[in-house]
Design a protein around this ligand. Structure first.
Ligand code: PLP
Length: 411
């Protein structure tokens, strides 16, 4: 549990680093990067057995098992999510894979949001359903009763994501926690899009939370990693076994160092991401070439009230529907100078992409249609640059679309 006398801002700056300040010879103010793959042991007949070394007491054996830099990061991730145990993984995908593997067995049933990160959806379909004989149901979880209706006697795991990508849809974490609890199923939430700063699912009743630290937690688009946080001791033990021994997919020391460094400004970045995203959402909402804007901060978002209830802010990711065809969308995207055409989200720089042709291209046409992913749906990860420059850049995009229609009309 997060110590009640410390705010999230203070934890973001320093949680997990105290041992280096007070315990190291040099008194480092920031975590050193421990690259060593193995650590000198005190002696052969020491009390220390491989199974119960205590990293909190400065005991380390081998870096796959635990490493001082990764351990500092794991302490901070736990503090920020308000959980007991955190584990850092080599990617968000590894974090989600390992969590699912720690929960389900062949023959179990799993209920997931249909609007999941495309990679997670493929992981559940192509690994868990196809290879591991897990029965997977995808449901529209914006309506809580669809989750309740999908639960069976075999349901062991409920996996949600909120807000989702690229539909920016929400599900009600507290209500789904109650349903999962009633069914004795483990309830996990991918909290990547909101970040620990704007949403803490454990406080709302989730059993386990995952992140792609690649996105907001690291925040600088220079590291791929993942995290899992839970209060459940038994689940944490299974997860640690898989992370350290069963799968061996822990985060590297260097990436741990980068995420620790990125986290120090999580609160500052998130506030600016949100300020810019709100301004852009309002600008797009008023634009005559835009037929829809999906951003939970807009009162017109169908789940704006739920966002106000379960989130502390609306985040920095939005999507919008450009009026026109795929060539208009291409003209728009290719004319931008401040936004970079790239997949991924959550970095300080603004990124923009076309889900139908990029992130969600691997889905079938029917799946895309079901999720409302049209050929002109554009996703924006709003960075922390100057608001004025970002809006001027989008204006440049709309000018390119106008010029294109003028040429097409022959005038
Ligand atoms: C990026 C992302 C993932 C996958 O994380 P990687 O670090 O790319 O493996 C999972 N969930 C969400 C919501 C994401 O945005």
């Amino acid at each position: 549990m997060r110590p009640t006398d410390r705010t999230l801002e203070t934890l973001a700056v320093a949680a997990g680093e105290e041992p280096f300040r007070t315990g190291s010879e040099a008194g480092d103010v920031t975590s050193p990067l421990h690259l060593s793959s193995t650590f000198a042991l005190p002696g052969l007949d020491s009390e220390m057995s491989l199974d119960d070394v205590d990293p909190d007491a400065g005991e380390f054996v081998y870096s796959r098992l635990s490493n001082p830099t990764r351990h500092a990061l794991e302490k901070r991730l736990a503090a920020l999510e308000g959980g007991e145990h955190a584990m850092a993984f080599s990617s968000g995908t590894a974090a989600i894979f390992t969590t699912a593997l720690a929960v389900v067995e062949p023959g179990d049933h799993l209920v997931a949001f249909d609007d999941l990160y495309a990679g997670t959806r493929r992981l559940l379909e192509e690994v868990f359903a196809t290879r591991l004989d897990v029965d997977v149901s995808f449901v529209d979880a914006t309506e809580t009763e669809n989750v309740a209706a999908a639960i069976t006697d075999e349901t062991a795991f409920v996996w949600m994501e909120t807000p989702t990508n690229p539909g920016i849809e929400l599900c009600d974490i507290a209500a789904i926690a109650e349903i999962a609890d009633g069914a004795d199923a483990t309830f996990g939430v991918d909290n990547t899009f909101a970040s620990s700063y704007f949403q803490r699912p454990l406080e709302l009743g989730a059993d386990v939370v995952a992140h792609s630290t690649t996105k907001y937690l690291n925040g600088h688009s220079d590291s791929v990693g993942g995290a899992v946080v839970t209060d459940d001791d038994a689940l944490a033990e299974r997860l640690e076994f898989l992370q350290q021994v069963g799968v061996g997919d822990a985060l590297s020391p260097f990436d741990s160092y980068l995420v620790l460094r990125g986290l120090k400004t999580l609160h500052l970045r998130m506030r600016q991401h949100e300020r810019n995203a709100m301004a852009i959402a309002e600008f797009l909402d008023d634009h005559d070439r835009v037929s829809a804007v999906h951003y939970p901060g807009l009162e017109s978002h169908p789940q704006h009230d739920l966002a106000c209830e379960q989130m502390d802010g609306f985040g920095g990711i939005l999507s919008f529907e450009l009026e026109g065809d795929i060539d208009d969308a291409a003209a728009f995207l290719e004319s931008l100078e401040v936004f970079t055409l790239a997949v991924s989200v959550g970095g300080v720089e603004s990124l923009i992409e076309l889900p139908a042709g990029m992130t969600h291209e691997p889905l079938s046409e029917e799946e895309r249609e079901e999720l409302g992913i049209t050929e002109t749906l554009i996703r924006v990860s709003v960075g922390v640059e100057g608001t004025k420059d970002l809006i001027a850049d989008l204006d440049r995009g709309f000018d390119a679309v106008r010029r294109r229609s003028a040429v097409a009309d022959g005038d």
